[in-house]
Write a protein that binds this ligand. Structure first.
Ligand code: NAP
Length: 677
């Protein structure tokens, strides 16, 4: 059955005009889908995203968007088997499909959970602390992020049609920005199916998502500085798109995730027989063959100490000899096909280029034994391991990407040489180092980190839990400098900010506190008749303050506290030793005693809406308290964040002052407060 690839434009599924372009199965060569996007009103789609999707998403808080993203992930998981069935036509094994489909849903789940835990239930995001500007504290600065008001255009690569779409959609939607997705043609039928699942889930507001199943037409001509292009694909395509006149003229943000010649390095300490040597061999072989090597993060260059080159080659060949190439659905197959015959031709051509300067030590560029399918119709190739004994005499191995199961094994002289070779790829997405010597890891990372977006060190202690060389994770940055495109995606909340504008706000604390919906130093601190511990979460207003009575701290208090807790540190117990200390005039109260007395001053003891104290942030002791001095506390509602259906988190600014009015300690107290009494 041939599926028709529709577009989803302005709230409707529409077919492209003109003759549909066929897409063939990677395994059988048969046409499995066809479609196109000719005739779409691309400018109209952007307008729809900006005028319908954007206002709807921007009206939702980060938490509401996070709940929506979680529901999308659940919808994909509920219908994942439909996607696995289609994924097989792309040449993917079940494991490859798992990375794509469940890995994709996993990034949405993580993004949603980070959105709920790390972002406010609001539409504005604070960036960093208040910057005091005026000496009297009446004029301050505060950085904030707000959602861009345009659309995100996501242009995706073919290799992970689901994951590649979802890892971008999570941060984009969490930022409150609508997206227009353009999947790569070769695997668009999988992306379209996953897209349809999300639309049919019914959780998205109109205009939040649109889809182009073909060329983007004149869409670039309509882009403005409020839009973002997030591109994944080859360096050549990126260069072409990035220099489009509209991108240059309008300063459109362009996130580029390109190819890179990722390296893996066996540490100088990791001799044959060591766990790290075995782990290295396993990882290089796995990275070559997972998804038939069609991974932007795959290891293309494997570096080993010169003395271990032969041993590494032998071990890798033994490992690769176990790979079974064929129909990804056939019993025992461990590596499927490349995505298309065109891709097969491309990989073969590039492998031939590599063979001009490196020796092929495993595999055959033109022949492969295929299990369970006709080799002639599918895009099958064997793993190809090259060896270059003089890496500095080579160019292609460092700069030519063969996007298939292809890697080159090379020696290095010493650690500095290994660093220089790793960096010679001119920037990569991922680098791995196999060493059990932390000093080697530090030296290597200091020399190499500037060239690589992610560095994973693998040793016997972390190997079992390691996610491996080639797995981008939603909580960690994905992207790399130079050759890798200079872009950055994911990385938790960092990824969300690519779709938001950072602005510096200046003004009075009263105004800015109201703008950001949290109390800022210098903003009003109204006091009420009711103790704040008697108020429900909903009743507490930002800025509401309790000023306590003073309490004198006596020498007996200090000695009692010391005896009771066992903290008999000399600064509290020994007058002469304390006075000799540059910080203290003599014996002083324990910091923890001050905190305990502060709690005793502000707590209202009866059972009520305050459910638990969950921690302190940013604690500073600013001035010592000598026996006989008194302290008092100002407790201010700083921010509120809903956590569950029953309770939310209240962040209190606590200021402890002495009788002179000087700050003794400041911190933020976190409590969980119930919505009801
Ligand atoms: P590609 O040929 O560069 O295509 C990438 C995307 O760009 C596809 O959606 C393609 O659409 C689209 N495209 C091509 N020309 C265009 C144009 N003139 N205007 C608008 N869109 C255009 O790359 P690919 O073959 O799909 O993917 C393989 C490459 O991607 C490899 O080099 C790999 O290293 C890289 N990659 C990088 C990452 C990363 O995160 N850094 C991840 C995966 C892959 P059509 O398919 O319709 O032509």
């Amino acid at each position: 059955m041939i599926s028709t690839l529709l577009n989803y434009a302005r709230g409707a599924w529409v077919a492209g005009a003109g003759a549909p372009a066929p897409v063939r199965s990677a395994v059988t060569g048969e046409v499995v889908a066809q479609g196109g996007s000719a005739g779409l009103d691309f400018g109209g789609m952007l307008h729809h995203a900006r005028t319908v999707g954007s206002p709807a998403l921007r009206a939702m808080t980060f938490h509401a968007r996070a709940r929506m993203i979680k529901a999308l992930a659940e919808a994909v998981m509920a219908r994942k088997e439909e996607l696995y069935t289609l994924s097989w036509f792309t040449g993917a094994t079940r494991t490859d499909g798992w990375i794509d489909i469940e890995g994709g849903a996993g990034t949405l789940f993580t993004t949603a959970s980070k959105g709920r835990r790390e972002l406010p239930d609001d539409t504005i995001l604070i960036d960093g602390d208040v910057e005091p500007i005026g000496r009297r504290g009446t004029f301050i600065g505060q950085h904030v992020y707000t959602s861009l008001q345009g659309a995100a255009l996501h242009i995706n690569a073919y290799n992970f049609p689901v994951w590649g779409m979802l890892e971008k959609l999570g941060p984009t939607l969490l930022a409150g920005v609508p997206a227009i997705v353009k999947p790569a043609s070769a695997t668009a039928y999988v992306a379209v199916a996953a897209f349809r699942i999300m639309i049919e889930s019914g959780v998205l507001p109109e205009g939040a998502l649109q889809l182009i199943s073909g060329s983007v037409g004149d869409l670039f001509d309509h882009l403005t500085g409020q839009d973002v292009v997030s591109f994944t694909g080859s360096a050549d395509t990126a260069a072409k798109l990035q220099s489009h006149p509209a991108i240059v003229r309008e300063a459109v943000r362009f996130v580029a995730e390109r190819d890179s010649l990722n390296a893996s390095v066996l540490g100088p300490d990791a001799a044959p027989g060591s766990p790290e040597f075995d782990l290295f061999v396993k990882e290089v072989a796995a990275e070559m063959t997972t998804k038939a090597g069609q991974k932007c993060t795959a290891i293309r260059r494997a570096f080993v100490p010169a003395a271990h080159l032969d041993a590494a080659e032998e071990a890798l060949r033994a490992r690769l000899a176990k790979v079974v190439v064929g129909d990804p659905q056939a019993e025992g197959v461990t590596m499927g096909a490349l995505v298309s015959r065109a891709q097969l031709d491309d990989v073969r051509a590039r492998a031939r280029e590599l063979s001009k300067e490196a020796r092929l030590v495993f595999g055959d560029i033109d022949h492969v034994e295929v299990t369970g399918a006709a080799a002639a119709s599918g895009a099958f190739i064997s793993p190809l391991l090259f060896r270059a004994d003089d890496p500095w005499a080579c160019e292609r191995v460092h700069h030519l990407e063969a996007f298939g199961p292809v890697a080159t094994l090379m020696p290095y002289r010493d650690l500095d040489d290994a660093v220089a070779l790793a960096n010679h790829g001119k920037g990569s997405l991922a680098l791995s180092l196999f060493t059990y010597d932390p000093a080697i890891a530090r030296r290597f990372i200091l020399g190499a980190a500037a060239f690589h977006g992610r560095i994973v060190t693998i040793d016997r202690d972390c190997a079992r839990e390691s996610t491996g060389h080639g797995s981008p994770l939603p909580m960690l940055v994905h992207g790399g400098p130079g050759r890798a495109g200079g872009g950055e995606e994911m990385g938790g909340v960092r990824g969300v900010k690519h779709y938001m504008q950072r602005s510096a706000l200046q003004g009075s604390p009263r105004t800015l506190a109201a703008v950001v919906n949290r109390w800022l130093p210098g903003a009003p601190q109204p006091t009420g008749g009711v103790h704040p511990f008697r108020m429900t979460y909903g009743e507490l207003e930002i800025g509401t303050t309790l000023n306590t009575a003073p309490r004198t701290i006596t020498l007996e208090d200090i000695e009692h506290f010391a005896a009771f807790t066992g903290d008999t540190f000399y600064a509290h117990m020994d007058e002469a030793a304390a006075a000799a200390n540059p910080f203290f005039p003599g014996r002083v109260a324990h910091g923890y005693l001050i905190l305990s007395f502060a709690a005793g001053l502000f707590v209202d003891p009866a059972a009520g809406p305050v459910l638990a104290n969950t921690g302190l942030d940013n604690l500073r002791f600013l001035k010592p308290v000598s026996p006989g001095q008194s302290i008092q506390v100002a407790l201010t509602v700083k921010a509120k964040t809903p956590r569950t259906a029953e309770y939310g988190e209240v962040r209190w600014a606590v200021a402890v002052t002495d009788s002179a009015g000087d700050p003794v300690a400041t911190y933020e107290l976190l409590t969980m407060n119930s919505y009801g009494r």
